[in-house]
Design a binder for this molecule. Sequence first.
Ligand code: ATP
Ligand code: MG
Length: 149
Amino acid sequence: MLATQKKMQLSKVQGHDSGCECFFIKYGDVGIKLYDDEDHATRVADRQRKASEHGLGPDILGDVAAYCMPEDLIELAPLNMRKPVLYGYETEIVEVRSDTPWAAIKSLRLEMEDVWGCKIFDCGCRNAGWKSGKLVCIDFGDCSFEELS
Ligand SMILES: Nc1ncnc2c1ncn2[C@@H]1O[C@H](COP(=O)(O)OP(=O)(O)OP(=O)(O)O)[C@@H](O)[C@H]1O
Ligand SMILES: [Mg+2]
């Protein structure tokens, strides 16, 4: 499927972070999760949509689109994602805290299994965030996430 194209502007970038698979940008009031492959971005978005429907993930705010990256923004991306076009979607921003207790992450993991039949591999405080007092999963990438068969 040919994704809608959106042009990014550096002036709207309020912060960024990244892991092995995702370039995350705080863009105005929303977050944008970017991946270097459209199919991967679509799988990630589908998982996050399912999680948010169960109250276990941030809200998805738009469909997967192709984001055209200006050069000054490409420089902020991790080395493996320095490309003129990345694929991703807008998401609600939740609060990622380094002092999130391990017990809360463990109970989120159990909840993901019970409620949804999914388990998060990469359980850690950087892959979960607080949404209205509830801890939710934020990392739905192929490397971090596995659905129970
Ligand atoms: N919805 C969100 N709200 C706030 N911050 C977020 C959100 N999604 C991602 N982030 C930030 O961006 C970082 C990278 O996102 P994410 O964990 O999805 O990437 P990744 O490349 O899959 O990570 P990993 O290296 O763990 O596989 C997170 O650790 C977090 O700081
Ligand atoms: Mg992560």
